[in-house]
Design a binder for this molecule. Structure first.
Ligand code: NPQ
Ligand code: MG
Length: 369
């Protein structure tokens, strides 16, 4: 494929409710889409980060500069561009995995659309629907949290993830177990809010039969996670710490985790995400698909990944309505607690012009031939 144009579309969408984590509160999603046009085809992808470097070191403005000045020129210079060639072309650039991911994914979408092949088929999906989990933000009070969880269970969600932080951990988990019972698939996500000195406190979560505790310690603290793992019954799952398949192999070798949250953006794209899946599967380690408050553009591709055989736990793949009153694509809706995996060409959904224009802040050409 010869690339004719790469356009960055800055979008801003209000969230249906506030989303609070241990690193901040969001009331809207502010990100960008990349549109790659080449020959008879075009592809779309969504940046998986945020305007602030709080979840990870990258942010929307850093990705925009990395793409404009370093990544796009290296890829366009290839002449005949394929998704498989993007990673090698940008490998000399250190880091910037979220920026690399959005570029590779847009090229992959364009390429697969030109063959009429779906992401699901390309990645090796073995299911046509996946169970939907939901990530529940920190609430102002326990009764409000119980209301939030009851609402999601009423909609059919198959698994609940509670965001936790010091001061909001044992009590909310105890209350959710007391209200909804021991059979509810339940897990927690600390987004790096604890230290190893909190090990005895975190051990109090062991009595609640959680599926896992996600990223309790700092992203660069594999040794600490391994030490903590020796003191908890609850399996540790890593999110922020895993930025590549090699990281996954290292973390498993060190005993730093027993479960991995796979986010394509964090590891540099869907090709590396599949390699993380393969590394985990080779060790019999379960993985699940994480989420970054994606619009339908990112959500569609995540559903394809979540349909791979090693994705044995429900992911943070929720319906569009979990976050957005109006999505940028036809909305993804729950069907018996599941979401259908798109089977059309590429990501399998189209960006809707009306919603896109209503939520567009600005458009910029990063490249025109
Ligand atoms: C996680 N996601 O698993 C992340 C964290 C997260 C669904 O829990 C804007 C962009 C806001 C990305 C808030 C879920 C975000 C974000 C939280 C990612 O750790
Ligand atoms: Mg997480």
């Amino acid at each position: 494929m010869k690339i004719e144009r790469i356009e960055l579309v800055h979008v801003r969408l209000p969230l249906v409710g506030r989303f609070r984590t241990s690193f901040g509160t969001d009331t809207g999603r502010d990100t960008f889409l990349l549109r790659v046009v080449g020959g008879e085809t075009e592809g779309w992808a969504e940046f998986g980060g945020d305007p602030d470097p709080l979840y990870c070191s990258e942010f929307a403005a850093s990705a925009r500069l990395a793409l404009r000045d370093h990544l796009v020129p290296r890829v366009v210079r290839l002449g005949d561009v394929s998704a498989a060639a993007v990673g090698p072309a940008v490998a000399a650039v250190k880091g910037h995995r979220l920026a690399k991911a959005v570029l590779e994914t847009a090229v992959l979408d364009a390429e697969l659309r030109s063959y009429g092949m779906s992401f699901a088929t390309y990645l090796g999906a073995v299911r046509d629907r996946v169970p939907a989990g939901v990530s529940v933000g920190i609430a102002d009070s326990v009764p409000e949290l119980i209301d939030d969880v009851a609402g999601y269970l009423g909609e059919g969600y198959a698994r609940i993830k509670l965001k936790i932080e010091p001061g909001w951990d044992v009590e909310p988990v105890r209350a959710v177990r007391a209200e909804f019972g021991d059979d509810l698939p339940l897990q927690v996500d600390a987004n790096t809010a604890y230290s190893l000195a909190d090990a005895e406190h975190l051990r109090r979560l062991d009595e609640f039969g959680l599926l896992l505790i996600e990223q309790p310690l700092a992203e660069d603290d594999l040794r600490g996670h391994a030490a903590l793992a020796g003191r908890l019954r609850t399996p540790i799952c890593l999110d922020e710490s895993i930025t590549s398949a090699r990281d996954a192999a290292t973390a498993l070798e060190l005993g730093a985790c027993r479960v991995i949250n796979v986010k394509p953006a964090r590891v540099g794209g869907y090709l590396e995400a599949r390699r993380v899946h393969d590394v985990a599967a080779a060790s019999g380690v379960p993985v699940w698909c994480g989420g970054m408050l994606e619009t339908g553009v990112g959500r569609a591709a995540n559903l394809a990944l979540a349909a791979l055989p090693g994705f044995v736990l429900p992911g943070d793949v929720s319906a569009s309505g979990r976050y957005y009153a109006e999505d940028l694509t036809p909305p993804f809706v729950l069907d018996g607690g599941h979401l259908n995996v798109p089977d059309g060409p590429g990501i399998g959904v189209d960006v809707l012009p009306g919603p896109l224009s209503r939520h567009t802040v600005s458009r910029h050409d990063l490249y025109t031939r």
